[in-house]
Design a protein around this ligand. Structure first.
Ligand SMILES: N[C@@H](CCC(=O)N[C@@H](CS)C(=O)NCC(=O)O)C(=O)O
Length: 243
């Protein structure tokens, strides 16, 4: 069965967490909004969200179609795919821990988005710059170190001592941790460098993920969209500073 991923075609955004899992899992998938033809493209994605024949409509991209099953919400998609792709542990307690880590990373993603859109999601960054500057100050000084420090603790306290977040093998949470490190390095290079200096385990984890053969091949391919200022991790130099 070919998985169908629906997400905005020109950004990494939240869809990238799903793309990384599909790639590392060696899944057969189509990035539907990036393709042309019937049932493909952005318009088809929008139609699918509004289609009254869909019993379980997704609120927003990303969402995944696996035959009859439609799943939205990044963390829910990953919880669904993880066991199928060999990217989730066996034990229920471990799976919910991976899910908890993913949801915490989702909080970090949402807060990152708020740094350039702190007031109005529907307005441009340029129309909320003073509020963005204020939001970014707290994000850089307090929130990035708190989130990254927590991930470091998850690594350090993993009883398996494997260098992965949960158990002895990589899970989708490890791929997502890599993605937030990459995103923060792009968007807030100075603040990220300061925070990452205190999290050597996380830095090493990100390098291990980058070196996974399937991830390395994906990152080198044209399927990997470059970070840009339409996505979630945006680089506005005026929002960054050494912490
Ligand atoms: N909590 C959701 C958030 C989904 C979301 O905000 N998607 C964005 C793109 S990254 C979107 O297209 N939002 C449109 C909207 O909220 O109306 C998730 O983690 O998947």
């Amino acid at each position: 069965m070919t998985y169908e991923l629906y997400y905005w075609p020109t950004i990494q955004g939240r869809g990238e967490f799903v793309r990384l899992a599909l790639e590392q899992g060696g899944a057969d998938y189509l990035d539907m909004a990036r393709l042309e033809g019937p049932g493909r493209g952005v318009e088809a994605m929008m139609r699918l969200m509004k289609d009254e024949a869909v019993a379980r409509p997704s609120f927003a991209p990303p969402f995944l179609r696996d035959g009859e099953v439609m799943v939205g919400q990044t963390a829910a998609i990953l919880a669904y795919l993880g066991p199928k792709l060999g990217l989730a542990p066996e034990a229920a307690a471990d799976r919910v821990w991976v899910d908890q880590i993913q949801l915490t990373l989702a909080d970090l993603v949402a807060e990152t988005h708020d740094t350039h859109h702190p007031v109005d999601l529907g307005a441009y960054y340029r129309d909320q710059k003073p509020e963005a500057a204020r939001k970014a100050e707290g994000f850089r000084g307090q929130r990035i170190p708190k989130f990254l420090g927590w991930i470091e603790q998850v690594l350090v306290r993993n009883p398996a001592g494997s260098g992965w977040l949960v158990g002895a093998r990589p899970s989708y949470a490890d791929l997502s941790a890599f993605q937030v490190v990459e995103g923060l390095r792009y968007a807030f290079p100075k603040a990220a460098q300061s925070a990452l200096a205190a999290t050597p385990g996380l830095v090493a984890l990100a390098e291990r993920v980058r070196a996974l053969p399937k991830i390395a091949a994906y990152l080198a391919s044209e399927r990997r969209i470059a970070f840009n200022e339409d996505g979630i991790f945006r680089h506005y130099p005026e929002l960054d500073a050494q912490a």
